[in-house]
Design a binder for this molecule. Structure first.
Ligand code: PGA
Length: 257
């Protein structure tokens, strides 16, 4: 069975004090972890150092929410993947719908960031997902195909070992509306088949595909129980220890069951 990854995307939330106390609560609750489940937190850039320090020695890993695709140099306001690796980040989230739709990131830019993240030894959590209008127009698979092809252009098969896909239907993010377990499973199956065709079935079988979009303690077990759902990328519910921990524990139950 594939291991689960339950990652908290803190987005532009917390401050130094509340971030550290959240991380400290997670360490207390998760400690050495559970078999078959990795917990990761992705705080805002300014707090990466403090949060890395707070989770040190625990089973919790750390990721960043974005990066720039050039080597360190004259890029005012940007963050290099070398810096993220230096801070002990294991993951970088790329292609999140808020960056695609609010900041205007294109698949072309995202693919450069994916390559650069991988080259710096980071694991990439690549987000893909359709808008509500696209789902209603039966365009979900076409959109996923376009985002996967564009964002993973030129990525060699052996690099997929360091890539995690997060399926995040945009209409489910922060809205309280979750994809039904069947809708999530169908999209995840499509994505796994996509990778099987692009690479091969062994690589596709190993690929972790996370679901994201209003994951909460009360819907986590059913979503994580789907055959092709290998974890969750959690926004709102990752900001409270008493919501994020039960989601990770639901993954641990699914792994054992
Ligand atoms: P949400 O966010 O859990 O608040 O819907 C998920 C995400 O954007 O990664």
């Amino acid at each position: 069975m594939r291991p689960y990854l339950v990652a908290g995307n803190w987005k532009m939330n917390t401050d130094g004090k509340s971030g550290v106390s959240l991380a400290t609560a997670l360490v207390a609750g998760w400690g050495g972890g559970r078999p078959g489940v990795e917990m990761a937190v992705c705080p805002p850039f300014p707090y990466l150092t403090a949060i890395s320090q707070a989770v040190k020695g625990s089973a919790i890993t750390v990721g960043a929410q974005n990066c720039w695709h050039e080597a360190p140099g004259a890029f005012t306001g940007e963050i290099a993947t070398e810096m993220l690796a230096d801070l002990g980040c294991k993951y970088v989230i790329l292609g999140h719908s808020e960056r695609r739709h609010i900041l205007g990131e294109t698949d072309e830019l995202i693919s450069k960031k994916v390559k650069k993240g991988l080259a710096s030894g980071l694991k990439v959590i690549l987000c893909v997902g359709e808008l509500l209008a696209e789902r209603e127009a039966n365009q979900t698979e076409a959109v996923l195909d376009q985002q996967m092809s564009g964002s993973l252009a030129g990525i060699a098969s052996d690099a997929y070992a360091n890539i995690v896909i997060a399926y995040e239907p945009v209409w489910a993010i922060g809205t309280g509306k979750t994809a039904s377990p069947a809708q999530a499973e169908a999209a995840h199956q499509y994505l796994r088949d996509w990778v099987a065709k692009r690479c091969n079935s062994q690589i596709a079988e190993k690929l972790q595909i996370l679901y994201g979009g209003s994951v909460k303690p009360d819907n986590a077990a059913e979503l994580l129980g789907q055959a092709n759902v290998d974890g969750a990328l959690v926004g709102g519910a990752s900001l409270k220890g008493d919501q994020f921990l039960p989601i990770a524990l639901a993954a641990a139950n699914c792994y054992q069951g």
